[in-house]
Design a protein around this ligand. Structure first.
Ligand code: CO
Length: 134
C-alpha cells in the first residue's frame, strides 16, 4: 500500500541555522521557509535526488512540535512521510487493522497542498508516520 518515501521531517529550534547548514555545509538545494498556520509549523524543504528532507520549526504558542523540541532541544527526526495512492482507502485499511489516526481522522491539506494524515507513533515502532496522497 505505501509507496515512495516522500520526506523525512526533522524538527529544529533554529530554522535559519539548520537551513544554512544544509545549504552551505551539505550543499543541498534548500527552499525558502513557508508558514503553515493550519499545522502550527514553518517548513523548509530540501530536495535530494531520491526524496526530501522537511525542516520543521514551531509557529505559534500551541505548535504541535513544541513538546517535541522541549524533549529534544537539539532537534531530531520527527516523522517520516510515505506516499499512498488513495488516502481514504489507506485510512480505512489502517483503522480496520487497529491503527490510530491522529486528530479527527479526516485528512488535512499538507505542506504540498495534498491530503495528509498522521498515524500514532505507538502503533508504528515509535515513529510518527505521515501519509500523503501522491
Ligand atoms: Co511532513
Amino acid at each position: 500500500m505505501i509507496g515512495r518515501l516522500n520526506h523525512v521531517a526533522i524538527a529544529v529550534a533554529d530554522l535559519e541555522s539548520a537551513s544554512a547548514q544544509y545549504r552551505d555545509v551539505l550543499g543541498a538545494n534548500v527552499s525558502a521557509p513557508v508558514a503553515q498556520p493550519a499545522h502550527g509549523v514553518i517548513t523548509v524543504f530540501i530536495e535530494l535526488p531520491n526524496t526530501k528532507i522537511e525542516l520543521l520549526a514551531p509557529l505559534g504558542d500551541d505548535s504541535p512540535i513544541k513538546g517535541f523540541l522541549a524533549r529534544n532541544p537539539n532537534g531530531g527526526i520527527h516523522h517520516v512521510c510515505y506516499e499512498v495512492a488513495d488516502i481514504m482507502a489507506a485510512r480505512d485499511r489502517l483503522v480496520a487493522a487497529g491503527a490510530r489516526v491522529l486528530g479527527d481522522g479526516q485528512p488535512k491539506l499538507g505542506a504540498h497542498d495534498k491530503p495528509v494524515l498522521f498515524l500514532h507513533p505507538k502503533d508504528f515502532s515509535g515513529t510518527l508516520v505521515e501519509l500523503e496522497q501522491a
